[in-house]
Design a protein around this ligand. Structure first.
Ligand code: NAD
Length: 351
């Protein structure tokens, strides 16, 4: 089996590539534009594997996408390439509309053209999995969970662009018969996470004794999913899921942002002899505009139909994550110091 993984140099995409190649022996063609969020060092464990290939390309480039299908004749696509940072989408929405909406449309069109050329057997077996977010559902009050049938109600340019891409995927499935599925997952965390997102940023600021900034009162609730659990779920959705269906994937781990920050501080207090308690670094700052109060996913359908279960509780996953960042200064120090861009180009040259 050979799978095109778009965005495979990003946080979740690299976990998917490592899982497919290393754990499952599945061939991967990683198609990535290498934006600031990409890091080829996250693929070091599989870069030299014969099952792994890399294509430096933009999913908005129709010619490049057609070339990928022609050259690699994949059995499936897992589409993760996206602009993914909510704060950046507020400052600069254009890039999000381009990649998340037009990029998805371009990839769907390339897939459709490829399927038209395929023999019946391979066409029947082909799958397109679109990886989306629970943020398309908007915000929850104190109670309730997001289900697959929850109406879309996105709040940020990021979540609106992801909602639009989900609608395109459904339309291409219904109109053109592209055998597409959608997964909507909660917030991921774990190793190799770019330190602009809450958990890695808090860990690294705490390690370096820098302020830990928390939006508003810190009581916004997120449902946390360990990235390796997510990677397993995505392959199961691809191989066991039904085209036309969507699957909510979550870890059943609701935490307020403040609880998350305090858990990280407590782990570092135990593991490092660093003087004052790390919680003293916490500072509350003005809330993000349009900040959704609560996200929480009901993953019952994925558990029942895909035979998937999250293996990590939040306590075990966050401990593993903090330990990983303590051990892997080689991965994050170049990003924090800014030498990363130059190194990234060096890595690119060696691919
Ligand atoms: P990320 O920002 O870490 O990685 C995105 C990757 O896509 C990068 O490698 C980047 O270079 C690549 N990319 C961006 N624009 C591209 C383009 N035009 N063409 C080709 N490649 C491009 O993102 P992530 O956190 O790994 O998220 C992956 C997917 O999962 C996204 O679609 C995101 O919406 C979704 N998602 C993420 C989370 C989360 O908690 N991280 C939660 C729910 C859903």
């Amino acid at each position: 089996m050979r799978v095109v993984v778009t965005g495979g140099a990003g946080f979740i995409g690299s976990a998917v590539c490592r899982h497919l190649v290393r754990d499952l022996g599945v061939g991967v063609v990683n198609v990535d534009k290498l934006t600031y969020a990409a890091n080829l060092a996250s693929l070091a464990p599989i870069t030299d594997h014969s099952l792994y290939s890399f294509v430096h390309a933009d999913v908005c480039d129709a010619t490049a996408m057609a070339d990928v299908f022609r050259r690699y004749e994949p059995d499936a696509v897992i589409h993760l390439a996206a602009e993914s940072h909510v704060d950046r989408s507020i400052g600069n929405p254009g890039e999000f509309l381009q990649t998340n909406i037009m990029g998805t449309a371009t990839l769907l069109e390339a897939t459709r053209a490829y399927l038209d050329r395929l023999g019946a057997e391979k066409r029947t077996a082909f799958r397109f999995l679109h990886v989306s977010t629970d943020e398309v559902f908007g915000s929850l009050g104190a109670d309730g969970l997001f289900h697959e049938a929850t109406p879309y109600d996105p709040s940020s340019p990021y979540s609106a662009s992801k909602a639009a891409s989900d609608h395109l995927v459904r339309a291409w499935q219904r109109t053109y018969g592209v055998p597409a599925l959608i997964s909507n997952c909660s917030n991921n965390y774990g190793p190799y996470h770019f330190p602009e997102k809450l958990i890695p940023l808090v860990i690294l600021n705490a390690i370096e004794g820098k302020p830990i900034r928390v939006y508003g009162d810190g009581l916004n609730v997120r449902d946390w999913l360990y990235v390796e659990d997510h990677a397993r779920a995505l392959f199961l959705a691809l191989t066991r899921g039904t085209p036309g269906e969507s699957y909510n994937i979550g870890g059943r781990n609701e935490r307020t942002n403040l609880d998350v920050v305090r858990s990280i501080c407590a782990i570092l207090d135990r593991r490092r002899d660093a003087g004052a308690p790390h919680e003293e670094l916490i500072e509350f700052v003005a809330d993000r505009p349009g900040h959704d109060h609560r996200y929480a996913i009901d993953p019952t359908k994925a558990e029942a139909e895909l035979g998937w279960q999250a293996a990590e509780s939040f306590d075990s996953g966050i401990e593993k994550t903090v330990v990983w960042y303590l051990d892997r200064r080689d991965w994050w120090e170049p990003i924090r110091s800014g030498t990363y861009q130059g190194q990234r180009l060096g890595l690119l040259a060696s691919v």
